[in-house]
Design a binder for this molecule. Structure first.
Ligand code: SAM
Length: 305
């Protein structure tokens, strides 16, 4: 059902394209298609005394393409803390400072959170110019349940940490979480991430969104093991967002098969002791029970036992 407040048309007095007032403004930029830069984003960039960006050369290309001449300065993961005092001083002197990232909405797997916290703590106004975001675009195209959803950023790149992260989410499902989950992923890790999703969450609907808003846009919707096989055989290229549907209603969440699947995944790379500790933490099951099952599986036991 659509909420009345959500369905209300924009107030005409708000329909102009002037940039926001002085302060810090978070400006969303395209994720691949320049046509997605909004008139209000352009106005905010044009009105800015300074545009903070992850990569000044990348943002210079965007500004040139839209005919905006603005002063830029880098703000990235490695210098964000160091830059905050000088940026705050400029904001407190009444300057308009825009923050953009290389693509999409700043702060979401991109820099800016620490600056926003500091600006709010200093009483500086923070405004937003909403716009493109890969996770939400992928979600609405995926055919998976749109609400609730969880955007989880990039999975850990190392296999053991990634599986542990997935197992913690599986444990949250066993405690009642039922949401579509969304990750950003690099193309060279896609197949192994999908294989880990299949190992931890089992056979359920998923989607891979690639090159959204660009010429080779593709959304592949399938069961997660089929997606894992597909991208193992045909490595993907380009920008990728991965989505996993929620568990089916009534899915048995903590049966022997599920415990075994988690243990088998952990045992591929860890000792019985470490695998049992990881799965104990992820499932909340008694340590002795998990350890005994890990020993049995390591000795070649089957699910039916
Ligand atoms: N802040 C951005 C946003 O709002 O979407 C996300 C930044 S994150 C550093 C970049 C990742 O987003 C890429 O590695 C990819 O996983 C995903 N992504 C970005 N553009 C995309 C696109 N056009 N299609 C699919 N995924 C995309």
């Amino acid at each position: 059902m659509i909420d009345d407040a959500c369905a209300a048309p924009p107030d005409e007095s708000e329909a102009g394209i002037t940039g926001p007032p002085a302060g810090l403004v978070l400006v969303s930029t395209p994720i691949g298609n320049l046509g997605d830069l909004s008139p209000r984003a352009r106005a905010a960039l044009e009105a800015a005394d300074l545009v903070l960006c992850e990569d000044t050369r990348h943002t210079a290309r965007l500004l040139t393409a839209i005919g905006v001449h603005a002063r830029t300065a880098p703000l990235h993961e490695h210098n964000e803390d160091a830059r905050i005092p000088a940026v705050l001083a400029q904001l407190q002197a009444g300057r308009r400072i825009a923050l953009v990232s290389d693509a999409g909405t700043p702060l979401l797997s991109d820099p800016g959170y620490r600056l926003v916290r500091a600006a709010l703590a200093a009483g500086v106004a923070v405004h937003g110019v909403p716009g493109p975001n890969a996770a939400v675009t992928a979600l609405v195209l995926s055919g998976l349940p749109p609400l609730p959803f969880l955007v989880l950023g990039f999975p850990p790149p190392r296999a053991s940490a990634r599986r542990a992260a997935f197992q913690a989410l599986r444990a949250a499902e066993q405690a009642g979480l039922a949401a579509t989950m969304i990750w950003y992923e690099a193309p060279h890790r896609l197949a192994e991430t999908l294989a880990d999703l299949a190992a931890v969450f089992g056979d359920r609907p998923a989607a891979v969104a690639r090159e959204l808003t660009k010429r080779f846009e593709e959304v592949r919707r399938d069961r997660v093991p089929a997606l894992a096989s597909h991208y193992d055989a045909e490595p993907a290229r380009g920008e990728i967002t991965v989505l996993l549907g929620p568990p089916a209603p009534g899915e048995v969440t903590q049966d022997q098969h599920d415990l075994d699947r988690q243990l088998r995944t952990a045992l591929e790379h860890q000792s019985v002791k470490d695998a049992a500790a990881l799965v104990t933490a992820a499932t909340g099951l008694p340590r002795k029970l998990v350890y005994a099952r890990a020993l049995a599986l390591a000795a070649g036991a089957t699910v039916e036992e």
